[in-house]
Design a protein around this ligand. Sequence first.
Ligand SMILES: Cc1ncc(COP(=O)(O)O)c(C=O)c1O
Length: 370
Amino acid sequence: MRSSQAFYLGIAVGGVVVFLYNSLRKKSQYKIYGDVSELIGNTPILRINSLSEETGCEVLAKMEVYEPGGSAKDRVALGIIEDYEKRGLLKKGDVIFEGTSGSTGISLAMLARSRGYEAHICVPDDTSTNKIRLLESLGANVEKVRPASIIDKNHYVNKARSLAEQICNDQDDPRNAVFADQFENEVNWKVHYQTTGPEIYRQCDGSLDAFVTGAGTGGTIAGVGRYLKQKVPNVRIVLADPQGSGLYNSVKYGVMYDSVEKEGSRKRHQVDTVVEGIGLNRRTKNFEAGAMYIDDAFRITDKEAVEMARHLVSKDGLFVGSSSAVNCAAAKKLAEQLGPGHRIVTVICDSGARHLNKFWKITSEDTSGP
Ligand SMILES: Cc1ncc(COP(=O)(O)O)c(C=O)c1O
């Protein structure tokens, strides 16, 4: 080979090496996410060391607090919005209505902003000012409604539905409106069946003995429970229910009842507990979709939830919201019941930061618990 040929060959080989290097570098291990909805799902799983060591079981938590909107409701809000989009019912400027006192409104407001929709959220007027300010900061219209029974047309869920209908029926309003309806809209449990359940199954390499979580709409327990039962037939699906909720008795004895329902003893709230987001005194379509897969239930008192929240901070550095504290308290009880050597998965639903002016106020101030 002549020296000039060797020279050009060297240049060509060098060029190929540089090209390969650059193309490999472009396919970096770090994905650049396109918008906030791409950050939803694929949350990590964490071993809760204190509970694992105390019980001899492996207690794992699906960290839904890592969602961009701070809770698993991001999955549900995205599923509901995409369903309406596929059906051609949402275009820029249209309005999404929901009746919620919590996380779903925050997730809907976040996604509505990122996709050019309006979010109109009806909340009970005793909703914490923190949450109302958060919703408003996310650009939602927030409507405060007096607390009422679910059969009352002024209940915040019914109010959101009727406001959506009003826009749809108004010939002069160019906007369309949809009602998210997280309690009855079965997109909710299906999203958990399609995403949260398979993620937990994969993250556990298909090996787990129980899944325990609370029910607000019932979407999580129904979707995850249904998926896991199909993949791991012996897995136990267990409900973690706060005091004041009728679901515990409904699962254990087939009767929707709680002692606070006794005549004259019911307080102002639908479910009398300091815990937010879980507990219910009716069976929703989303709960029904998974009810047949629920094997057992634990009732967790407010005192037990507060004690667990303190425990998780002091032993594991985990600052969790009230429903997560209920979940972990039930996971511990279940671990004690099953005995050492089992793997139990629960959910950290949201952060304690969202509960600073209620649950964590009690948790920090009152050392004897509520
Ligand atoms: C903080 C929090 N945890 C748990 C849940 C319960 O989830 P699900 O509605 O899927 O039963 C909710 C529901 O609103 C929630 O807001």
